[in-house]
Ligand binder design. Structure first.
Ligand SMILES: [Zn+2]
Ligand SMILES: [Zn+2]
Ligand SMILES: [Zn+2]
Length: 381
C-alpha cells in the first residue's frame, strides 16, 4: 500500500498529561436534501447515500455493469474489480497518478492493490462512483476502507469510516489496532477516542491479542499508554481521597449545627434547663442529632469523663472545642464550655492555633453557601 508511513514515530506521540477535549467532527458532508431523505426514509434501498440526485442510480449501474470499463483492479486473492479511468481519476488524485504509471493489458490499465481483501476494493470503488455503501459492508470492512480512503485521499469516505468506528464499530478487541491505524492514517479525533477507551478500560484491553501484538511491534507506544494509565489511576485515587475528606468535614459541620441546635432549642429529650419538653416532639430536621444525643447522654453519665479517658468522651471534648473555635459569640452561646475553651485558645501556642484554624476553615468551606448560618466568619469562608 502506498501512502502510509509506517516508520514515522512522530505521529505516535500522545498526550502524557490530562486529556484535551476531542476536536469537533468536520462539518456535515450531506446536502440538505440528502440529510432530509436519510431522516425521513431511513437507509435508502441502495445503502447509505451522500448525494441526493437521481444520478445515483446511473452511477451505480455504471459501476455494476462496468460498461466500457478501462481499468482493472487486481487484488492479492486473485479478484478483479472493473472501473473507468476518468471517474476514479476525478475521485482520487492518488489514483490519477497511479494510472499514469500503470501497466496496460489489452484495453485495460491494471492497478494492483495488495494487503486488502477483494471485497474492500469493490466497496471502495463503488463509493468513488456513487458515494454509496451498505451498512454490513461498512461493519465488515471498515478497517481496510479506512486505510484505502486515507491512502487514496478520499476524505469523504475516511470521515464516514471514522464516524462509524466512533459510533459503535470500535470495541475492546479492535481498539488497539484501530488506535495504531488512526495514528498512521492521521485521524486525530479517532486516535483520541481510542486512547480514551484504552485508558478507561485498560484491564480488558491489556488482555487482548491486539495489545500483545502492539507490545512487540511498538514498545514505545506501549510505554506511552502505560504512563497515561498510571496518571489516570492516580487522578482517580486523588478524587476519591478528596471526596472522602469532604464527607468527613461535612459530617463535622452537621455535628456542629446539631450541637448548637440541641443546646439552644433542645431536641426530643435533651435541651437547655429552661426548656419544657412536650410528649410529642415533632421530628427533628438535623440528621446528626440522634448520634449526638447519644454522645451527650454518655458524656453526662460517664465516669471516665476526662480528655483521653474514654473514646466517646474524647470525641465529645473535641466537638466542644471545635464548636468554640467556630463560635462567633461565646457570651450568648449556650453550648457548654464554649467560653472556657475560648479563654484557653487565647493562651494556646501558635502551632496549635494554626492546626485548628485550618480544620475550621475546611469545615466551613464544605458548605458552599458561604458563611454558615450558625457561625460567622471568624476563620473566613
Ligand atoms: Zn434535633
Ligand atoms: Zn466516656
Ligand atoms: Zn459557642
Amino acid at each position: 500500500m502506498g501512502g502510509i508511513d509506517t516508520n514515522s514515530n512522530d505521529t505516535l506521540i500522545i498526550a502524557r498529561t490530562g486529556l484535551p477535549a476531542a476536536p469537533p467532527l468536520p462539518g456535515p458532508t450531506l446536502t440538505k436534501c440528502a440529510r432530509k431523505r436519510l431522516q425521513t426514509e431511513g437507509v435508502p434501498q441502495r445503502g447509505n447515500c451522500c448525494i441526493s440526485t437521481t444520478a445515483i442510480d446511473l452511477w451505480e449501474r455504471l459501476f455494476d455493469e462496468g460498461h466500457k470499463a478501462d481499468v482493472q483492479f487486481h487484488t492479492d486473492d486473485g479478484g478483479v474489480v472493473y472501473a473507468h479511468a476518468c471517474i476514479i481519476s476525478m475521485a482520487s488524485p492518488v489514483m490519477k497518478g497511479m494510472l499514469k504509471k500503470s501497466k496496460q493489458k489489452g484495453r485495460y490499465q491494471i492497478l494492483s492493490v495488495g494487503g486488502v481483501p477483494h471485497d474492500a476494493i469493490r466497496v471502495f470503488v463503488r463509493f468513488l462512483y456513487s458515494s454509496c455503501y451498505e451498512n454490513q459492508d461498512m461493519a465488515d470492512l471498515v478497517v481496510p476502507l479506512l486505510v484505502l480512503s486515507h491512502s487514496f485521499v478520499v476524505p469523504q469516505l475516511k470521515q464516514i469510516c471514522e464516524q462509524q468506528l466512533e459510533q459503535g464499530l470500535l470495541n475492546m478487541e479492535n481498539v488497539i489496532d484501530i488506535f495504531q491505524l488512526a495514528l498512521l492514517c492521521d485521524a486525530p479525533r479517532l486516535s483520541f477516542i481510542c486512547h480514551r477507551m484504552i485508558v478507561k478500560n485498560f484491564k480488558d484491553v491489556s488482555e487482548t491479542e491486539g495489545w500483545a501484538a502492539m507490545k512487540q511491534s511498538h514498545p514505545f507506544l506501549e510505554k506511552e499508554l502505560l504512563e497515561c494509565v498510571g496518571h489516570e489511576e492516580n487522578q482517580t485515587k486523588e478524587r476519591i481521597r478528596r471526596k472522602n475528606e469532604r464527607k468527613i468535614y461535612l459530617q463535622l459541620y452537621e455535628a456542629m449545627e446539631a450541637l448548637v441546635h440541641i443546646c439552644r432549642d433542645g431536641c426530643r429529650t435533651i435541651g437547655p434547663h429552661d426548656k419544657v419538653f412536650k410528649k410529642d416532639q415533632p421530628p427533628c430536621s438535623f440528621e446528626a442529632c440522634k448520634g449526638l444525643e447519644l454522645l451527650i447522654r454518655h458524656f453526662a453519665g460517664c465516669k471516665l469523663r476526662v480528655p483521653g479517658g474514654c473514646i466517646h468522651c474524647k470525641r465529645m471534648w473535641q466537638l466542644l472545642e471545635l464548636h468554640s473555635r467556630l463560635c462567633s459569640d461565646s457570651d450568648v452561646c449556650r453550648v457548654p464550655l464554649c467560653r472556657n475553651f475560648k479563654d484557653r485558645i487565647n493562651q494556646q501556642n501558635k502551632k496549635d492555633k494554626t492546626k485548628w484554624g485550618i480544620l475550621a476553615r475546611k469545615i466551613l468551606r464544605t458548605k458552599t453557601i458561604g458563611v454558615a448560618p450558625f457561625f460567622t466568619s471568624v476563620y473566613g469562608s
